[in-house]
Design a protein around this ligand. Sequence first.
Ligand code: GDP
Length: 663
Amino acid sequence: MNVTELARKLKINTSELLEVLPEFGFSIGKKAIKVDDRIARKILEIGPKIKDKIESDKKAKLEEYKKIESIDAVEAEKKEIKIPAVIIVRDFAQVIDKPVNQVIRELMKNGVMASLNERIDFETAAILADEFGVKLMLSEDEMQEDVGNKLRFILDKEEKAMLKQRPPVIVVMGHVDHGKTKLLDAIRKTNVMAGEAGGITQHIGAYQVEKKGGLITFIDTPGHEAFTAMRSRGAKIADIAILVIAANDSIKPQTVEAIKIIQQAKIPMVVAINKIDLPDANIEKVKQDLSAMNLTPEDWGGKTIIVPISAKENIGIDDLLETILLVSDMEKEKIMSNPDREAVGTVIESHIDKGEGPVATVLIQNGTLKINDNLCVNDIFWGKARALKDYNSQDIKEAGPSVPVKIIGLKYPPKVGDILEVAAKIERRHKKAKAHELLKEKSLAAKILPAKEEKDESGIKKLCLILKADVLGSLEVLAESLEKIESEEVKVDIVSKGLGNITDSDVDLAESSEAVILGFNVKATPSAQDLARDKNIEIKYYDVIYNLLDEVKKRMSALLSPEIIRKDLGKVKVLAIFKTEKNSMVIGGKVSEGKIMKGAKADILRQKEFFDSGEITELQIGKETVSEVAEGQECGISFVGQPVIQEGDLLLVYQEEKIVKKI
Ligand code: GDP
C-alpha cells in the first residue's frame, strides 16, 4: 500500500506518519513510498494510538517553544516605567524607587561620575534601570518627537504625493550555523550587478543585487546574527525578513527568537529552508515544526511562504529572489519614499579607518544623500559627506532610498542604529555640537577611572577586560555578549572599550586595573607591544567573535572554585582501639557495607550522630598492608584526625572528587 494512502486512511499527514512509525517499532524508513500490506494492516490497527502520539508530540513541542518564550516573559515582567529623554539623577532615583546614593554608586561603576543634580540621557538611564530590574520606556511625547524629528517618516499630504517606489530592504535571520552568511554570499556572488562582479567585495554592511530589472537591498551582517542586538536592529530597518532554517536541524531557540522579532516588527517573512543538499535534510519536519508554531506552510493550506534552498550548492537562490520580489510587490505601498528631499538613514556599520578617518555605512531610508551634505546625529552636527562610496567601493555622487552608502568625512564614528540626517540649518547645530564635544570630553574623563574599588565586592570574582575592536558593530556585540555570560561566581568587568588599535594608554589602564587586553581585528602599536612586554600585560588578538568569547569563558572557568563531589564507599564498624596519639589513631574494625580504601576520608558516627572526620592513611589485613578492604572483612586502620574514635562507632568512608567547573 502507498504510504500516502495509509496516511489518508489514518487521517494524518504522511511525513508525520513516517516520522512517528519507528517509535511504534515499524522501521520502514523516513522516505518510504510503499509499505507491505501486512504491515499496513498492523499500522491501521494501532491508528488511534499513532494519532494520539502525534498530537502529544505537537503539544510537547509547543510547550518547549512556550518555555523559550517564558524567558522573554521574565524580561517583560520587569516593571515598565516611562521617562523623558533626559532626566536628573535625583528624579531618576525617585521614579525607579531606589536610594539616590545607590544610583550614583551604580553610575560610578559604569564609569559615569554624576552628582544628584546632573542629567543623564535615556540610554544611560535604561542601562542603569536594567541593573535595578526596571524596564524603561521613552515617554510617548518623546517618542513622537523621536519619530517626527529624527526619522521624519510622518509625512504630510504634499509629501505623500511625492512618494516613489524604492528597492525592498531584506534582512536575513535564523539560528547560528543554519547558513545565513553562506546565503548572503551566494546571493552576492551570483547576482551582483553586471560589470561589478569579481571586484573588491568589501563588506560595508549591506549590498544590492539586481533581479528581473528590479533592485533588492540586503543587510549583510555576517557573524553577528547570533546576537539579539543586531537582529532587532536589522528587523527595524528591513521591509522583508528571510528566516533561514537548516533542513537537517529544523527550528532552534534562535529561530523562535527571530520569528518573534519579525512578528514584532510586523514585516513579512519568507522562510528559506537551507541545506537541502544534505542527506539528512528533512523539509517536511521543518514544515511540521513551523505548523506547530502556527506558521502553516502555503502548500499545507497556510500562509507561510517557504522556499527550499541550498546556499552551498546554489539551489533555489533564484526562486528565493523571485519570491522576495513577489512579496515586495504585494507590500509595495509600504515600500515607498520620497527621493526628492534631504536624506535620512540608519547607520548599519561604523568604524575608524586609518586613512579615511571615521567612516559609516548608512542605509538611506528617505531622501537622497549628496556629496557635501552636512550631516547630523540627534540634532548634533556630525560632519560633511566629503565622499560617498557604494558597496563595491566605487565613488558615487549621490545615494537615494534603500541604497547602502559608505560616508567619508564624519567627525566621529556614529553608533550602529543611529539615525543620520542631512542638516538644513547648520549654524544652530554647530552650536549644539560644541556643547556636545564638551560633554564628550567630560564623559571620557570619567571613564578613565578604573572601577578598582568595586573588585571582590560581594565575593564575586571579576575578570577584568579591556576591549578594542575595529568597528562599532563588533564592539557592541562583543561587549553585550561578554556581559551576558552567566556565572554566580565570576563576572566580566569591561574596564574600558574602544575602537582602533591598542595603544600605550590601554596598556597603562590594563596595569592599573589588572585587566587583560583583548583586540578584535586590531593590532597593538609597536610601542604598546613593548610597554606590554615590560609590564607583563597580556594582549590577545582575535578575528572570530566566538573564539574571543570562548577564551573569556575559559578564563572565567579558571577562576571558578572546583566543585567537590562526595562519593560514598562503605561503612566500618569500630571493634577495637589499638593506639591513640595526638593526631592519629590505629583501630580495628569490620567493613559492614561496601568497601574502604587507603587515602579515603571517614566521618565518625556515634549513635547516628556525626562526631568528627579524618582520613584513612593505611590499611592492614592481618599483618599485610593492603590498599582496599572489601565488605565482611576485618582490618586494621591508621586514622589521621582528632583521636576521638571509640569502640562501637561507625566510620562512613568516602572519597572526594574535585570537578573542575566550566562556564
Ligand atoms: P550562519 O551562522 O547562519 O551564518 O551559518 P554559515 O553561513 O556560517 O553556515 C554554517 C555552516 O553550514 C558552514 O560550514 C556552511 O558551509 C554550511 N552551510 C551553509 N549552507 C549550506 C548548505 O546549503 N548546504 C550545506 N551542506 N552546508 C551549508
